[in-house]
Write a protein that binds this ligand. Structure first.
Ligand code: CTP
Length: 403
């Protein structure tokens, strides 16, 4: 799991956004992190410690002067153990205290004793957020190296609309992962992912497409961004939310995807072609809606093969393709690896339950250029993404060592 062995202190201060902190806590736990929750008195007015105690399986820390079994001096112990402190929600009051060196509760004393990165997710009323004292405090903290995620614009609990809404748990989690893992392998690496289907118009209302949901490509883009890579996601039409922290390029047709990918290929270290690109498009696109009358024959024209084009142009880049097959998996996958000059191909057998289009899991076999093969068990697409990124990173490191 991506955050195994990482210790996260989740600081919770008093704001209505605390209901989102429970989800954030769960995301950390699911990723394998150990989470210790520190709550201020004001936070406990919004939600009881029991919620977080149940989620983390350990007591919530809220007392400055009462030691626990675990630490003799609570704030020092928590601070020393932490790889990251995330304060979500972070109120104007707590931000103001930290920015001015005030340490008057367990959370602010822990922050003062900490050497690890600190991430703040501000949440407050728009007027409070825009208050010059608050903005100066936030700027001061950022100048000292504190990381800040959000806030978002939008409707606030108090009825106002504007800046001040706490970022979503997923966005805070992604920012936290970047901080936790930033010294590690993916920092500074540039990765391009294609995802989703393409749509090839037949007339103004009809198009040819396929069943790709985009889930695998989006999982790769999201996980790579969390690991600290600079990610560009070129996506065909899907219904998934845009992943956080990636440069997003939206396309419709294979030709548009081809052009978008070629425009940035020379800057990339890795390209992962997870899109199910339509191999053909209608030879002509009717300007008017086609009316029914007897038999209709549509002639199709070949679309450019994006990965094959990259395979011909590649210099130092690592190219990764996908092969979704219904028969002779190994044979077809190896033929594609060769034909497109790839370094790695991820093959899945569409006939297996839990593999392929639309599902949240995948069952894949990795075939490498050097002849290695690795079969992965049935896993959530996110886990497949992380394992795939580990393998790609090993290929990048090996290539760098060779040069
Ligand atoms: N691909 C691409 N451009 C295309 C078609 C596919 O970049 N025009 C990429 C896909 O993103 C995927 C891999 O190539 O990584 C799939 O290989 P491909 O030979 O296209 O698979 P199929 O279209 O399934 O081929 P076939 O119909 O021959 O099985």
């Amino acid at each position: 799991m991506m955050l195994s062995g990482k210790n996260v202190v989740l600081g919770i201060t008093g704001g209505i956004a605390v209901y989102k902190s429970a989800e954030l806590c769960r995301l950390f736990i699911k990723a394998g992190a150990k989470v210790r929750v520190v709550m201020t008195e004001a936070a406990k007015a919004f939600v009881t410690p029991l919620t977080f105690q149940t989620l983390t399986g350990s007591p919530v820390y809220d007392q400055l002067f009462i030691g626990s079994e675990r630490f003799s001096v609570e704030h020092v112990g928590l601070a020393q153990e932490a790889d990251l402190i995330v304060i979500a929600p972070a109120t104007a009051n707590t931000i103001g205290k930290i920015a001015n060196g005030i340490a008057d509760n367990l959370l602010t004393t822990t922050v003062m004793a900490a050497k690890c990165p600190i991430l703040l997710a501000p949440a407050m009323n728009t007027q409070m957020y825009d208050n010059p004292f608050h903005l100066a405090n936030l700027e001061r903290l950022q100048n000292f190296g504190y990381a800040v995620v959000g806030p978002d614009q939008g409707e606030l609990a108090c009825g106002d609309t504007g800046r001040g809404r706490m970022s979503s748990p997923q966005e805070i989690f992604a920012a936290a992962c970047r901080l936790l893992l930033r010294k590690e392998a993916w920092q500074g690496r540039r990765l391009l992912v294609t995802a989703g289907p393409t749509q090839e118009a037949l007339d103004p209302v009809r198009f040819l497409t396929n069943h790709s949901s985009g889930k695998m490509g989006y999982a790769i883009a999201q996980a790579a961004a969390e690991l600290g890579a600079d990610v560009t996601l070129v996506s065909g039409p899907v219904t998934l939310p845009q992943p956080y922290g990636v440069d997003f390029v939206s396309v419709t047709t294979a030709q548009e995807m081809y052009e978008a990918v070629l425009a940035c290929f020379s800057n990339m270290d890795v390209v992962v072609g997870a899109a199910a690109v339509a191999d053909y498009r209608p030879g002509t696109v009717s300007e008017q809606k086609i009316k029914k009358s007897g038999e209709l024959i549509i002639s199709l024209t070949r679309n450019p093969d994006i990965l094959a084009a990259l395979g011909r142009m590649k210099q130092r880049q690592i190219l990764v393709g996908f092969a979704a097959e219904t028969e002779n998996l190994r044979e077809h996958a190896l033929a594609k690896l060769e034909r497109k000059n790839l370094d790695l191909i991820v093959a899945n057998d569409l006939t297996q339950p839990g593999a392929g289009f639309g599902t949240d899991t995948n069952i894949v076999t990795l075939y490498f250029r050097d002849g290695r093969e690795r079969q992965l068990e049935k896993l959530p697409k996110r886990e497949v993404a992380i394992m795939l990124l580990e393998e790609i990173n090993a290929l990048l490191t090996a290539a760098e060592e060779e040069n």
